[in-house]
Structure formats: structure tokens, C-alpha cells
Design a protein around this ligand. Structure first.
Ligand code: ASP
Ligand code: MG
Length: 428
């Protein structure tokens, strides 16, 4: 029958009991007649614990050795899961990333998959075995070294396997039931979506939603992989993430794909704001500033420049960036203060960003007015605004973010009748 790829996150295989529960699910799928390939994450917080351990023996661990260390986490869970499936009377074989043919570039710690050559996986499947693959890891042909794909990389492993093996679906299991219209821990009335377009999912993930990793969604979109995000703790249907090709196909088959004006609301507290005060209002200053920031390795998100005061001929430029990049950017800017000629610099760690995302925004007027009205009714001040074709984001005080998310969620008619069931997990 069909080939199904399943990915289980660390919270699903946190202990022996979890591994047995997952083994039973895999066996159920096998019993239903499907071929099954499983990508598995390291147990629970193993990856964090290994990182802590490394930090204790070396202030800056060698990237090659760090990947050797971190890749061991997934080796533990893959072997245990294979054993558990065997003990249920089914054949299962585990494979490391390199055995599975997960070929990457040489970037330790954030390697990108460049090719998948799943020869051994095909053989094992042909022989009737369930295939278990260590998530999050690969192999570089030039250096002949083990690489890892970056935190949360097992999602990408699963999607890449699904693409290479032409799987019917890539089921991504975590401890949440699917993709919600907002983070249920922030907005209790958040609703589980039955489906979402990969375009909208990418915008939500890029703006703070944590259920799926952005690289995996990108990969799935490019390769036409259907993702089904669901919980390993229940048998409920989760959320389908559908790319353009698939949605065209569904529409052609007569399925009425409704395009919501607003699909969901994302919140993000991980950014900081830097304001450069008194920048001479002459051509070239923005170029100077953002070249300096880019060279420092900081990823800029939103940018706002105010109108310069006629009397001074100077303007203020504010931008947001990941908190972790702020120190680098500030140090680089201060070092070139005289050259750029700005007056002073302010650093603000207390911001929050709220984004509303929906493909239907393209063709509907008044979407932003509704957002601003909801925030104004709640007395919440907007500090910055940015938009894309299918997204509006606003920056505000971080402590206002939960209330803002709730009122905006209500304003767009997204509230469900009942509070969402939160298993208290991390969503991984
Ligand atoms: N174990 C890795 C991490 O914790 C990869 C993953 O969970 O997807 O980031
Ligand atoms: Mg993990």
C-alpha cells in the first residue's frame, strides 16, 4: 500500500514508556498494510544536556566534535525504537543519517541537505522491515564527516526522506494536536486548523509559531511533500500543510478549499529593538548602517525611519533583530559612530511582535484596519508596523503581547467555543 514517513519529536520518545507507545503506533501503521519509515529525535532534552556537557569541557567546542556528540542522541532513540518494534514481533532496522544517505553540505551545526540516496532504506523496505532513521544528522562527502542540521532538524530529515522516497504523507508527531490559530498557551480559545497552506505556515513559523520548523516547511513546499502535523499522545486528526500544487489538485477534484482571510496569529518575544538616534538625513546613511549590521552577522527584521526634523536635518532609525544578535550589532555600530555620524543609540529588550497571517489578505480590504482597531480598543500602543502580501506585523511592549493576541484573535472571528487542550508540552 502506501509509504508513510513518520517523525517523532523528543517529547514523544522521552522515556522507555514513550518509546513503547511510539513503537505501537508504528506497528499499527505497519499492520494497516503500509510501508513505514520513521525519523526520530533524541530522547527528551538529550540534545540540550549534551550541549551543556560540551560547554563544561570546552568554552568553544570544535564544531566537528560537537556534531559527533549531538548526533549520538538520535542514535540512542533510533536503536531503542527498533528494539521495541522488534519486541512487538515486527522487523525494524535503524540507520544513522549517513547510512540512510542523508548527504549535506559541510556546515557543522546547521548543515543543509543536498542529496538523499536512500539505497539501504529501499532494500530494508523491500525486505519488509520498518525503517528507523536518526533525525537531525547527515554526512558530507568532501570532509567525510558527520554533520547536524540545526536545532529541530529532525523535521527536515523526515520531509527529505518523504521527498526522496515519494511518500504519500509525512506525519510529524509532537505533543500538540496540530497547528492552532494561535499559541494555545497564550490564546486559550485558539482553534486547531484542519489544514493550512504551506505559504501561510511559513509566515507563521517565521514570525514565532514553533510547531513546525521553517526549513522543513520550505523543503516540503519545494518538493511537494504533504505534511500532517499531529500528536503522538492522541489519535485525533491533526493539521495538513498543503502546498500550491496539492491545493490545485484538491480544487480540481472538487474539494472546496476555503481560503481564510486570516489563518492565524503568531506571537514572538525573541526580538530586540535598536534605535539609532540623530542619523544625518543624507543619502547613503541607511546603506552604511545596515552594511555594518549585516557584517556583524545580525539578521534584521523590521526597519522604521521617522521623518527628519527640519531644524536638525537628522532622523531616527529603529530596527528589530533577534535578541541573540543585538550585542554584536550594537558593538559594531558603536565602533563606527564617528564615521556614520549618528548621535546616540538605544537598545530595547522589552518588545513583542504580533503577526496576523492569511492568504486571503491579498484580495480583502480592511484587514489591517481591523487589527489596529482591536488593539486600540484594548488601549495597546503600536510602535512599529510592517506588512507583506499575506501578513501584517506590529511591535508593541512585550508584556502587552498576550492580551493583544487574544483581542486580535477574537476580532478576526477565530475563537473556538471551547478552550484548547494543552498537554503542557513544548510542542516538540
Ligand atoms: N534533537 C535535536 C534537537 O533537539 C533535533 C530535533 O529534535 O529535531 O534540536
Ligand atoms: Mg529535541
Amino acid at each position: 500500500m502506501a509509504l508513510i514517513v513518520q517523525k517523532y519529536g523528543g517529547s514523544s520518545v522521552a522515556d522507555a514508556e514513550g518509546i513503547l507507545r511510539v513503537a505501537k503506533r508504528v506497528v499499527d501503521t505497519r499492520r494497516a498494510g503500509h510501508d513505514v519509515v520513521v525519523a526520530v529525535s533524541a530522547m527528551g532534552d538529550t540534545t540540550d544536556e549534551l550541549l551543556d556537557l560540551a560547554a563544561h569541557v570546552a568554552p568553544v567546542p570544535a564544531p566537528r566534535e560537537l556534531d559527533m556528540l549531538l548526533s549520538s542522541g538520535e542514535r540512542i532513540s533510533m536503536a531503542l525504537l527498533a528494539m521495541a518494534i522488534n519486541s512487538l514481533g515486527f522487523e525494524a532496522r535503524s540507520f544513522t543519517g549517513s547510512q540512510a544517505g542523508m548527504i549535506t553540505d559541510a556546515h557543522h551545526g546547521s548543515a543543509r541537505i543536498v542529496d538523499v540516496t536512500p539505497v539501504r532504506l529501499r532494500e530494508a523496505l523491500d525486505e519488509g522491515a520498518v525503517v528507523i532513521v536518526a533525525g537531525f544528522q547527515g554526512f558530507n562527502r568532501d570532509t567525510r564527516d558527520i554533520t547536524t542540521l540545526g536545532r529541530g532538524g529532525s523535521d527536515t530529515t523526515a520531509v527529505a526522506l518523504a521527498a526522496a522516497l515519494n511518500a504519500e504523507v509525512c506525519e510529524i508527531y509532537s505533543d500538540v494536536d496540530g497547528i492552532y490559530t494561535a499559541d494555545p498557551r497564550v490564546v486559550p480559545r485558539a482553534r486547531k486548523m484542519d489544514r493550512i497552506s504551506s505559504e501561510e505556515m511559513l509566515e507563521l513559523a517565521a514570525n514565532g509559531a514553533k510547531v513546525l520548523y521553517i526549513r522543513a516547511v520550505e523543503f516540503a513546499r519545494r518538493h511537494g511533500v504533504l505534511i500532517h502535523a499531529r500528536s503522538s499522545f492522541s489519535s485525533n486528526e491533526g493539521t495538513l500543510v498543503i502546498n500550491e500544487l496539492l491545493s490545485e489538485k484538491l480544487r480540481a477534484e472538487g474539494d472546496p478549499m476555503e481560503e481564510p482571510i486570516v489563518a492565524g496569529v503568531a506571537t514572538d518575544l525573541s526580538h530586540a529593538k535598536i534605535t539609532i538616534v540623530g542619523v544625518p538625513d543624507v543619502p547613503g546613511k541607511a546603506a552604511d548602517i545596515f552594511t555594518i549590521v549585516a557584517k556583524a552577522g545580525a539578521n534584521v527584521d523590521m526597519i522604521v525611519q521617522n521623518v527628519s526634523a527640519a531644524a536638525t536635518g537628522r532622523a531616527d532609525i529603529s530596527f528589530t533583530l533577534p535578541m541573540a544578535d543585538a550585542t554584536l550589532a550594537i558593538n559594531a555600530l558603536i565602533a563606527s559612530q564617528a564615521e556614520v555620524g549618528f548621535e546616540s543609540l538605544q537598545h530595547d529588550d522589552g518588545i513583542g511582535k504580533l503577526s496576523v497571517v492569511g492568504a486571503g489578505m491579498r484580495t480583502n480590504a480592511g484587514v489591517s484596519a481591523k487589527l489596529f482597531e482591536a488593539l486600540s480598543d484594548a488601549g495597546i500602543n503600536i510602535e512599529m508596523i510592517s506588512t507583506s502580501e499575506i501578513r501584517i506585523s506590529v511591535v508593541m511592549r512585550g508584556d502587552k503581547l498576550p492580551e493583544a493576541a487574544r483581542v486580535v484573535h477574537t476580532a478576526y472571528g477565530l475563537d473556538s467555543e471551547i478552550d484548547a487542550a494543552v498537554h503542557g508540552g513544548t510542542g516538540r
